[in-house]
Design a protein. Structure first.
Length: 203
């Protein structure tokens, strides 16, 4: 399928429900109205989704590279085996996403002011990301990896973090009394952050 131009993107989205192995490059989807489209094996490069309503869309085995998502609604949106690389995600909530086959991973992304709530993030990858002003609430994050990821003002509430790998993560704040951390991997000096929740001092 040929590359879709900016001038043709709305008509293409309106006319086609299903896209397979399509490449979308340098497109601004901010004013586009979707129609419960399905994208299978598609790639998005340098695309903008600022304020775009992506509700009821299905993304299956898709890649997003150098894309921007700002205040983007995800009501019943499906991200099945999708990878975000060097993307900026701001002011989002993944809570309303479809719980069926929700499996996004993130590599070298900036994730800011975003909510993960009751999401199944088991065995997902957050590699070399900056996660700031975010909330993980009632999430299954077991066996996930936060390799090289830095946190800033991000909270974990009642999450299953068992066997998660935080060994090379930085600046996280995790209350061991409010989260399951059995067999999770942590390293010093970052793990000293647990002490503030245990009400003890080491001198």
């Amino acid at each position: 399928m040929e590359q879709i131009s900016q001038s043709d993107i709305q008509s293409a989205i309106t006319d086609e429900d299903y896209f397979e192995d399509q490449k979308f490059s340098q497109l601004d989807f901010s004013e586009i109205e979707f129609n419960k489209n399905t994208f299978d094996g598609c790639s998005f490069l340098h695309c903008t989704f600022n304020g775009t309503d992506l509700s009821y869309l299905t993304y299956r085995s898709c890649t997003f590279e150098h894309c921007t998502f700002v205040v983007t609604p995800f009501d019943k949106t499906a991200f099945d085996d999708c990878v975000f690389t060097e993307c900026k995600l701001m002011g989002l909530s993944f809570a309303p996403c479809s719980s069926f086959s929700f499996s996004p991973s993130f590599d070298s992304c900036i994730i800011d002011s975003t909510v993960f709530s009751q999401n199944n993030l088991k065995k997902q990858l957050f590699k070399k990301c900056l996660i700031k002003n975010c909330d993980f609430m009632n999430c299954n994050v077991s066996e996930s990896s936060f390799e090289g990821t830095s946190f800033d003002k991000t909270s974990f509430h009642e999450c299953n973090l068992s066997k998660a790998d935080f060994s090379s993560a930085k600046n996280y704040s995790i209350n061991p009394a409010e989260n399951i951390i059995k067999n999770a991997l942590f390293s010093l000096p970052e793990a000293q952050s647990f002490l503030e929740y245990l009400n003890i001092k080491i001198i």
